[in-house]
Design a protein around this ligand. Sequence first.
Ligand SMILES: [Zn+2]
Length: 327
Amino acid sequence: MPLSLPLLSRREFSLAAAFAASLGLSSKLSIVPASAQTAAASAGTDFYTYKVGAIEVTALYDGIWQKPHDPAFIKNATVEDTKAALAKAGLTTDYMPIPLTVVVLKIGDRYVMVDSGSGGGQWQPTAGRLATAMKAAGLDPAKISAILVSHFHPDHIFGLLEKGTNAPVFPNAEIVVSATEYKWWMEPGRVEKLPEGRKALGQRIQAAFPGWKNFRLVEGEKEVAPGVMLVNAPGHTPGHSAFLVTSGNKQLMVSNDTAYVPALLAPHPDWQGAYDQDGPLAIESRRKLLDRVIADKMMICGAHFPFPGTGSFAKDGNAYAFTTSAA
Ligand SMILES: [Zn+2]
């Protein structure tokens, strides 16, 4: 499946090659500038497959929220600051681009999905391509045996819920989530304590999930699928989790929302998003996770990274530099 991506300049190419070599990654690795964010998607390519050792990873593009600029979006930065960060990463400044990518891991003959996408437009009307992307990638939803859920925000769980009825979309898949996350949202009186904008979400979670028999709640950090560890990364939500995929000497950190939109948070890791429930804790988790990814020379992907959602981080003073890549 051809990816249509901008050509690299000679300098970018040599940087990319040096970087790939430093990570010990395949010589086929191509690193593309962040401006390629939607190139693959606009070319009609909604999935991208790469390997982490023996595990096959398929990135599935659900769509993009073209969020109007909002001064409340980052608590400690202005709209001008966020526009400058987008421009520096080669992205549009017309709106805040928040793409959404879901990954499916093929581990042996098992298919394990991380998060569920946003449910065919239930989050944003411009993000509802997941089912089509799965089909294009030759993935059968009925064969997904487990879904690892990072947290209970709409763009990560609405794909579990049938629109209108809340019936389970994957009744035969085990749904694995941090016990902390599940219990926080289920606590009696939780909905009343949520901010106005989150009440409907809390009500939906409390109405739907208690009747489901297929949840597996995970205490602490444990192996949740062969070669996949749940990693606690709280702050975005109380039980927000990343998932570390290991096969042979290769590792991929599926970071979900820990680094959110890297065009903003790589150069400004201390920015606090309105979407982070506990800003200081989210910053602590972000730095801890990114430092680990860099120290251990891992690949990293994120739900809101430029499609196909995979890349690498490097230290840049007290901040980070993000390079999007397709292995
Ligand atoms: Zn998200």
